[in-house]
Design a protein around this ligand. Structure first.
Ligand SMILES: Nc1nc2c(ncn2[C@@H]2O[C@H](COP(=O)(O)OP(=O)(O)OP(=O)(O)O)[C@@H](O)[C@H]2O)c(=O)[nH]1
Ligand SMILES: [Mg+2]
Length: 400
């Protein structure tokens, strides 16, 4: 039996099973089995499948945002409106056949927008170029889930396709850690009272993945589905903005009858486009980081804009892959540091307005001895300047 047949069988069994206290465990295990098979579909172990023939897109800018929607909802029209690109627009379905990039400059941020072919139901199973389209979505910072004003129900269908590809929309990664061991069975510790999952379910789900010895630490009251997501491990947690396009064709009364959250626009008639730009910018939640060379002043005019909760590692990845390879340590001045000029590692989380110097291995970069000197008046001056720089980045008092 192939993966798809097995999957269909399990899904049919799940649909047949009544949901109640007595069947909870059985349902949890069925979901774990289904998730395991779907993982094989997302990244098949054998050749073929999702790899090969993908779109050749190079990520540029401060963040990457993708358009996902059924054909003809107006994705290309909107890309052109937001970025001045020239992606082909036509009234027939599947006008766009590949990935077309554009750049939106907004409030100092360079936001890369990627127009993609429309997806149809069954996209995650490979219908149309669905798998390739959804693979681009998996690598995005934000998804623009675009709907036609006359097909608002497509929302659910698209969410299902995204979920099938391991994309969790507008959810955060649950605060759960599973550490495999060699013996000792499954040991569960939780810092809060668990109401939706118990030890038996946790051990059962782990067992489906061949894990019989592990320490599990839960810091959140999660559902069995969220636990499965952690064990499967290839989930992408991506935010989305839902856009309802072609509002020029309906009355405001009609729009009020729709009971979910969206940004109403008309790409063609230029309605509400500025509000949409702001919604995208807000959802991306960008912070400004200033880089500082070894001896010189921090560059306070051109900040690096990265997403909130980014680490020094994310920053290095953005600047150049070579930085990560040769990374020695970071020196951080600003809100995220315990004291100005703190020496920190790749996993340190940065905050808005931080000034960062990245020291590399085998280079003439800053040394620990030079750190004291670097912490002198010159740095203090640039920190002071950052409090009142043109971009209005406010800086709290130093934590000495
Ligand atoms: N009335 C109206 N028509 C629109 C609007 N936006 C797009 N259209 C029309 O909708 C049709 C499809 O637009 P496209 O931008 O090609 O749609 P798409 O989502 O890129 O389509 P595919 O590339 O095929 O997936 C075109 O005829 C557009 O002129 C709008 O805001 N109002
Ligand atoms: Mg198009």
């Amino acid at each position: 039996m192939g993966v798809t047949e097995k999957l269909n069988e399990l899904e049919a069994e799940l649909a047949r099973t009544q949901k109640n206290k007595a069947t909870e465990f059985h349902i949890g295990i069925l979901n774990a089995k289904i998730a395991k098979l779907k993982r094989e579909l997302i990244s098949p172990s054998k050749s073929g499948g999702a790899k090969g023939g993908g779109f050749d897109v190079r990520k540029t800018g401060d963040s990457t945002v993708v358009f996902i929607g059924l054909p003809s909802v107006g994705k290309s029209t909107l890309l052109n409106k937001l970025t001045g690109s020239k992606s082909e627009v036509a009234s027939y379905a599947f006008t766009t056949l590949t990935c077309i990039p554009g750049m939106l400059d907004y409030k100092g941020a360079k936001i890369q927008l990627l127009d993609l072919p429309g997806i149809i139901i069954g996209a995650s199973e490979g219908k149309g170029r669905g798998r390739e389209v959804l693979a681009v979505a998996r690598s995005a910072d934000l998804i623009l889930l675009m709907l036609d004003v006359f097909q608002p129900d497509a929302y659910e269908a698209i969410m299902r396709e995204l979920a099938n590809m391991g994309i969790r929309v507008n959810q955060h990664r649950p605060d759960v850690v599973v550490t495999k061991k060699l013996k000792g069975g499954v040991n569960v510790t939780s810092t809060i009272h668990m109401t939706k999952i118990d030890k038996r379910m946790i051990a059962g789900v782990l067992g489906e993945y061949g894990i019989h010895n592990a320490d599990v630490v839960l810091r959140e009251d999660i559902t069995p589905e969220q636990f499965i997501d952690i064990v499967v491990g290839n989930r992408k947690y991506i935010d989305a903005v839902t856009i309802l396009n072609k509002i020029d064709l309906v009355t405001p009364e009609y729009i009020k009858t729709l009971k979910f959250e969206f940004v109403p626009v008309s790409a063609e008639k230029d309605k509400n486009i500025e509000d949409l730009k702001e919604a995208i910018y807000q959802k991306l939640d960008l912070i400004r980081i200033y880089t500082k060379p070894r001896m010189g002043e921090a560059d306070l005019t051109e900040p690096l804009m990265i997403r909130r909760r980014s680490t020094v590692r994310d920053m290095c990845e953005r600047l150049s892959p070579d930085l990560l390879e040769n990374f020695k340590f970071a020196i951080v001045w600003g809100k995220s540091a315990k004291f100005d000029g703190q020496k920190l590692g790749l996993d340190h989380m940065l905050m808005d307005g931080d000034i960062v110097h990245i020291a590399r291995k085998m280079s003439t970069d800053i040394t620990s001895e030079e750190l004291d000197q670097a912490n002198s008046e010159r740095i203090k001056k640039s920190v002071a300047a950052s409090k009142t720089n043109k971009l209005g980045v406010k800086k709290k008092a130093n934590h000495y």
